[in-house]
Design a protein around this ligand. Structure first.
Ligand code: CA
Length: 290
């Protein structure tokens, strides 16, 4: 048994936040040939489930950067939480410094009303400014973030802490590089936290025991499979952990050069069905090797 792990944003999803017909066909083609397809993303499971249902695919899902693993039928196989005390100290720190943040649990994505408004205004003012191409792309990525399914808007972070739910992940955003770096350095200090990034304007924190790579390894172990011949496709920093675990790593054409440099190969961009292209090329090579 072999695995094909695929990131969502900037990878399987195109600029319209959709799974194209070509990518869907390629996934089904691989599944028909006995490959286990795994969606591996920073998004919450319930959000991914909605996207997969719409596309008509049923893969394994590694959610919230490896904090959860769900089977093809939607059963939770594994979940790794951050303690409430730690969540509280992180939120307090972010709140005092006016960061926009989202908290991912097993039930919802919590965010503050005032934070959302502030972030919307920041995007609006950036859009009216004369931006370079990189920044324009970043603003588009940030806007698409709001398409996530499962948001619950609350007044303050104490409303989040009141919830009797499993806390998986915190995402913090800023277009101010220095401000974001400050948060990165602050949370890197905590031994029990894993800090990654899926775009230039965000950092994402899970338990140290959760990453896309560790979750993929766990899934392979539970399924008595191996990752030696597995493929992983992605476009950013939070995909590095899974690139390290597989035999065949693929960077998207739209990924940064530092990501492309560590991968076995590069495929087309997300708007050019890069996933489908990578899957067919991988299957051809795989068959030849056999
Ligand atoms: Ca991505």
């Amino acid at each position: 048994m072999s695995f094909i792990a695929i990131d969502l944003d900037g990878t399987l999803l195109n600029g319209q936040n959709e799974i194209s017909e070509e990518n869907k066909k390629a996934i089904q083609y691989a599944q028909d040939r006995g490959f286990e397809v795994v969606i591996s993303t920073g998004r919450a499971y319930f959000d991914v489930q909605t996207i997969c249902e719409k596309a008509g695919i049923s893969p394994f899902v590694i959610g919230t950067n490896g904090a959860t693993i769900h089977s093809k039928s939607g059963k939770c196989i594994s979940s790794i939480t951050i303690t409430k005390d730690r969540i509280e100290s992180i939120l307090q720190w972010l709140d005092e410094r006016n960061y926009y943040y989202e908290v991912f649990t097993d039930k919802a994505i919590y965010t503050l009303k005032k934070g959302r408004e502030h972030f919307h205004n920041e995007i609006k003012s950036l859009k009216s400014a004369d931006l370079n191409t990189d920044m324009k792309e970043l603003v588009e990525v940030a806007e698409r973030q709001f398409d996530q399914f499962g948001y619950v808007l609350v007044e303050n972070y104490h409303d989040i802490l009141k919830q009797e739910e499993e806390f998986y992940n915190i995402l913090a955003c800023s277009f101010d590089k220095k401000k974001l770096e400050e948060a990165w350095n602050q949370f890197k200090k905590f031994d029990e936290l894993m800090v990654v990034s899926s775009a230039d304007h965000n950092i994402e924190m899970t338990s140290k025991r959760a990453s896309k790579g560790m979750a993929l390894e766990k899934l392979a172990f539970l399924m008595n499979g191996s990752l030696d011949q597995a493929m992983a496709i992605g476009d950013s920093n939070n995909d590095l952990s899974m690139f390290q675990k597989v035999g065949y790593s693929v960077a998207m054409g739209n990924a940064k050069d530092v990501i492309k440099a560590v991968c076995t190969t590069t495929t087309l961009k997300n708007d050019e069905n890069g996933v489908a292209y990578a899957i067919y090329r991988y299957l051809e090579n795989f068959v030849v090797q056999k």
